[in-house]
Design a protein around this ligand. Sequence first.
Ligand SMILES: [Zn+2]
Ligand SMILES: [Zn+2]
Length: 476
Amino acid sequence: MFDLVVAGGLAVLPSGPEAADIAIAGDKIVAIGAPGGFAATGAKRTIDAKGQYVIPGGIDPHVHCSWPIPVPGQAQPTLSGPPEQVSRAALWGGTTTLLDFALVQPDETMAAAIERRTKEWTGACYCDYGFHIMLSGKLPPSILGELAEAVADGHASVKMFTTDITPSRKGRMVQFGDIWEVLKVLARQGGIASIHAEDNDIVMHMYEKLTREDRTGFENMAEVHNTLSENLAFNRVIRLAENVPGAALYMMHTSAATGVRAIAEARGRGVPIYGETLHQYLLYSAEDYKKPNGQMYHTYPSLKFKEDHDALWAATNRGAIQAVATDEVCCPLKIKVQGRRIDDTTGGNSGVEPRVAIIYSETVVKRGYGLGHFVDLISTNAAKIQGLYPRKGALAVGSDADVVLLDPRAKRTIKAEGLHETDYSPWEGREVAAWPSLTILRGKVVVENGAFAGDLKDGQFIRRKVADDIRARPAL
Ligand SMILES: [Zn+2]
Ligand SMILES: [Zn+2]
């Protein structure tokens, strides 16, 4: 007798979509078989998935919960939505795993930073999660030894910035020499570098220039965080990594055609590099800054232009982009639109809930991608790159029973009040061609028929280890 069988749906298996039933015992998938094949064994509960797609739970590899947001004219920052808020919205939208960040402060050890973050999340998250280690500023040499331990302990990725992002955030950028040393540790220990790459000289030059010219409105953001900056920074990081045998790169929030090209060229040379973009980078452009409350669409670096959209979309078709994330910084509209300048506009996005439905609509329905390809972009590839696979990101025997029913009859127009994120949505008014009707987290039905049954005790920290083939070559 199984605990749960999901029967009658079109299951998106690693081998491709297939009419198949999924049998679950405890928190694992224990069998996958022909429709009706588990009837003889029986199950405590059988879920009818007829007419729906059965997919592995979504993975958002880039969210910032309880993240400090500077408030103009105020010494103390405010915090973005906590894991409780973001994970609940994630489960409603068919995402079952989040990767956030553990920022190592200048005055603390890496172990202390991880412990602090772990305390904040334990019993405070409805879904599963992990942390990229986040390094900033001048790195003390002692950090390299600590990093080796952290990677061995399941924190498989390290986020570093090649820019301070804005003039007021001095101290964020990691110098190239330090990045070089970190890459050596990651190569040795089997980790991956998650990079925010912008050319600091270009970005700061543009801040000075636009300030001088009195053009500091946020609608000029794409001139500051520009495509040349992405070109220079991506290529510089890639060159560095190419000189460290075994170093693998995950380029976060790729926003421009220049970034896409840099990744594609490196992949052509066999560099183990993977591209992430964001759904707002695929679907909004710098023109949208001019709309009312245009800050809603912004996250750093910046929205770009038509040719960048074209390049990003082309790259999702088995090219330089493997994963579509959110860069979630969930906050009320008041906070999102508080700044109006190129140097004080709130970054991040509120989009973790509609992400799966939006990407389904844009890839499968509008662009004719296969269901497996769509699932790769919202789940499987992130699992593989970030060391969660095959525990996460697959409907396979032995995998965690993170299962989502995506209902193509549940077409809708997105409205903030129908979501569970915050008081606005940058996706307001967008049509989607499906919506998740049911979400299972490790064998437990947590969203069903418009009701939420999650518990803050459900979410677990997931140890990660990046597979050797992912780090050896562009394997996806
Ligand atoms: Zn970033
Ligand atoms: Zn981010």
